[in-house]
Design a protein around this ligand. Structure first.
Ligand code: UD2
Length: 297
């Protein structure tokens, strides 16, 4: 290289910012030890990302379960989803409910659609949580494989407040649980009984991920839901239910099959928690609810 000539971007001496580099964050972990990005506000350029995926004309599927009294959360969930979740992209939302006539009419932009799936009423909330894996697996196998590219599975007792878009796309995507991203691994509420298929030994695990939001490429979420529903069923045959139902199985799966992208707690905060300084934006959060009143038992 001649004196004064620019080095190619990948040959810049260490310590010099690359021309056009996205601004980073130094106050939070932005890369996992296996080099998956941890997505925080300020670590990506939404315009660049959107233009990449716009050119590919992708379709994103999303599932949400609203059974029993949880139907009351659906309207706000869908209204705010319309404002913030992959705006400008093809989105197909699947609502699973035992009360199809109660599903609110929400005006959706072109390219976006909603399908209602009627499911039987379930009496134990733990069974609702568990049945989600089986139903998402069936959806991918029976309906989505020939047209959707990505899928996200989301809790209904939540609302969107800010952009959730193409920066969240990856092969296998999980969200750091807002209650455990700053605590030591030894305090993670993993399933600790060796007899369970969700078992995590002391010292195992990378992060504690939440069950309320996960996703990725269709084939990756297919693998996750297949493994987790099989393991959940194997536990049930032995009369065991993991500490946090399917969330425990997801955590075990993601320890063995590392996520290719990790979303910060901006992507699933909890409204009862005061906002922490590292959260420059809250994109999606769980509303405050009275468990005793809302759950079937
Ligand atoms: C946590 C997880 C949740 C799940 C659960 C496992 C987060 C923020 N939440 O939340 O995803 O892993 O632990 O036990 O990560 N539902 C109904 N009707 C019901 C009960 C549940 O539709 O009567 C559906 C609904 O979509 C709800 C989801 O199941 O959002 C999870 O249930 P939850 O919100 O009661 O679970 P929670 O708050 O303990």
């Amino acid at each position: 290289v001649e004196q004064g000539q620019m080095l190619p971007a990948d040959r810049q001496p260490p310590g010099l910012p690359m021309p056009g580099a996205a601004p980073g964050r130094s106050d939070v972990q932005t890369l996992t030890p296996w080099l998956a990005p941890v997505v925080w506000e300020g670590t990506f350029d939404p315009v660049v990302l959107d233009s990449i995926y716009q050119a590919k004309n992708i379709t994103i599927a999303a599932t949400v379960f609203a059974q029993g009294k949880y139907i009351r959360f659906l309207k706000k969930f869908l209204e705010t989803m319309e404002q913030h979740f992959f705006t400008g992209f093809n989105v197909h939302v699947f609502v699973y409910t035992d009360q199809p006539i109660e599903v609110p009419q929400v005006k959706m932009a072109s390219g976006r659609q909603l399908t209602v799936k009627t499911v039987p009423t379930v009496n134990r909330w733990q069974d609702i949580s568990a049945s989600r894996m089986v139903l998402v697996l069936a959806l991918i196998e029976d309906e989505l494989h020939d047209y959707a590219d990505f899928i996200f599975c989301l809790d209904v007792d939540s609302q969107f407040h800010g952009r959730w878009g193409t920066e969240s796309l990856g092969d296998l995507v999980s969200v750091l649980h807002p209650g455990y991203y700053k605590v030591d691994r030894s305090a993670f509420p993993y399933e600790r009984r060796p007899i369970s298929k969700a078992y995590m030994a002391p010292g195992d695990g990378d992060f504690y991920y939440c069950g309320g939001a996960f996703g990725g490429l269709l084939q990756e979420v297919h693998r996750l839901t297949k493994t987790c529903s099989t393991n959940f069923g194997d536990d049930a045959k032995k009369g065991i239910e993991a500490a946090w139902q399917e969330e425990s199985h997801i955590n075990r799966y993601l320890w063995i099959n590392k996520p290719s992208k990790v979303l910060s707690p901006e992507y699933l905060w909890q409204d009862f928690k005061p906002r922490e300084p590292e959260l420059h934006i809250i994109r999606f959060s769980g509303v405050v609810k009275n468990y005793a009143e809302i759950r079937p038992n």
